[in-house]
Design a protein around this ligand. Structure first.
Ligand SMILES: Cc1ncc(COP(=O)(O)O)c(C=O)c1O
Length: 445
């Protein structure tokens, strides 16, 4: 391999090297997302050069005025001084119930639609209750790759988890693999995101059916993380009450919790508001072992008055009105929230083209036999270069991403790219930097 300092790299080699050393990060290729953000900020400040920033999944689009205006109005009415009800404001619960009927084609009562402080909190609350409902079932099973913070939530709470990379277990193969974990008897719940962060794979209806059948057989709760609701742009899921609907596990089992985030689909990440949708059946189930931690053995009661109460006493009052207004506009057909974020799909398509033209490959490239969708993330590799090495080397070319290593992926040569901050004006720079990288490394591939 050629020594980095001997190359003509787009970003000053010495500065990058020094900043990496100063950062105190042991291995840049394994750094967390926030560590990389800090490192790249520092290099940008020192050199004055702008990076192609693909490391962090922040929405790059403005939110809808339906949301911001409703929040302003709620604040002017004085909600800031009042504690919100822990189970959520009625307007939001009603619109959430309508939303899941109109965009998922499922029926859930308003009382079982609970606002949370982002899906982050919805997930944590679910881990705390689902993982404690049966003394024998104390482990969450992650269908990886996944969102690293959810594993961190397990670690900080002392909860157990297990995981496997789904890459080699798509389609019917998923059945046997899942069963090998569930048959041990310790799995409380199964978690995946769909579309998936980081790989952007989407499960087929058949795969969802397999997950549901096994969840029922072994009584595991499926936690379906819909952080990227309706963002598989190969289908148009944007018309309320009309087929096609965003696929969901709820069509195949009653043993589910859905996490619906407003952060990406509604570009509302800053307000930290999401929804936990618990099936009517699960909400009312009784689990005597819950009494070890909560005042009630009722799943829904323990969730709201045990977990959500303990974590934050409910969700920001005005943000609930903002989300309620956006959902109402979407439900009434006045606001096409999917059209607002479709730009990510076009951008991903263009960026993938540039990577492929310059010697890179897409790591997770298929849903069974269909090419993967273009969306918020994609994964890429370069020959046999390890992900850690690729990440570090790309920093000298003004490109930042995260390693798949930290997501539970076994594709250790892969990186995740997030398209949200790469506006069209940056694409020429991305192209010339990728070209330069390929020029320097193609003989070592
Ligand atoms: C898969 C997944 N789940 C949950 C979240 C967090 O969502 P929220 O911002 O609603 O807490 C994210 C955010 O990146 C995500 O990618």
């Amino acid at each position: 391999m050629i020594e980095l300092s001997s190359k003509d790299t787009p970003i000053n080699c010495e500065v990058v090297k020094t900043k990496i050393q100063e950062s105190g990060i042991e291995q840049v290729g394994k750094a967390t997302i926030r560590e990389l953000v800090r490192l790249v900020n520092r290099i940008e400040t020192e050199t004055g050069d702008k990076y192609i920033r693909m490391e962090m999944g922040v929405p790059g689009l403005p939110p809808s005025e339906f949301g911001t205006n409703a929040e302003i109005e709620a604040l002017k009415k004085g909600v800031a001084s009042k504690y919100p009800m822990i189970e959520g404001v009625q307007e939001l619960k009603d619109e959430a119930s309508r939303f899941v009927k109109l965009f998922l084609n499922i029926i859930v009562k308003p009382e079982n639609c609970i606002p949370t402080v982002g899906s982050m909190q919805g997930g944590l609350a679910t881990f705390l209750v689902a993982g404690r409902r049966d003394i024998k079932k104390d482990t969450t099973l992650f269908i990886d790759p996944g969102f690293p913070v959810q594993k961190q939530q397990h670690r900080v709470m002392g909860l157990k988890y297990d995981s496997f990379d789904v890459y080699n277990y798509r389609g019917e193969k998923l059945r046997e693999k899942l069963e090998s974990y569930l048959s041990k008897g310790n799995i409380s719940s199964i978690l995946y995101s769909n579309p998936n962060n980081p790989s952007w794979i989407c499960f087929s209806e058949n795969e969802l059916k397999i997950i549901a059948e096994l969840a029922d057989k072994y009584d595991a709760i499926v936690i379906e993380d819909l952080a990227y609701f309706a963002m598989d742009f190969r289908q148009d899921y944007s018309t309320p009450g009309m087929w096609p609907y965003q696929p969901t596990i709820a069509n195949y089992t009653d043993n589910y919790t859905l996490l619906i985030s407003s952060s990406k689909a509604f570009s509302y990440a800053g307000q930290r508001v999401g929804l936990m949708i618990i099936s009517d059946t699960l909400f009312n189930r009784k689990f005597p072992d819950l009494k070890r931690f909560f005042s009630s053995d009722n799943y829904g009661y323990a969730m709201v008055y045990g977990a959500v109460y303990s974590l934050s006493s409910g969700t920001s009052h005005s943000a609930q009105y903002g989300l309620a207004a956006m959902l109402k506009a979407a439900n009434d057909g006045e606001y096409n929230f999917v059209n607002d974020v479709r730009a990510y799909g076009f951008r991903a398509n263009e960026m993938k083209r540039l990577f492929l033209a310059n010697g890179f490959e897409i790591v997770y490239d298929k849903d069974e036999d269909r090419p993967i969708a273009d969306g918020f993330y994609f994964t890429f590799s370069y020959g046999n270069m390890s992900g850690a090495e690729l990440l570090e080397r790309l920093l000298y070319y003004g490109i930042s991403a995260i390693s798949l290593d930290i997501t539970g992926s076994e594709r250790t040569n892969g990186l995740r790219a997030c398209v949200s901050q790469v506006k069209g004006k940056y694409l020429p720079a991305l192209e010339s930097r990728l070209k330069k990288f390929h020029e320097h490394y193609k003989n070592n591939k």
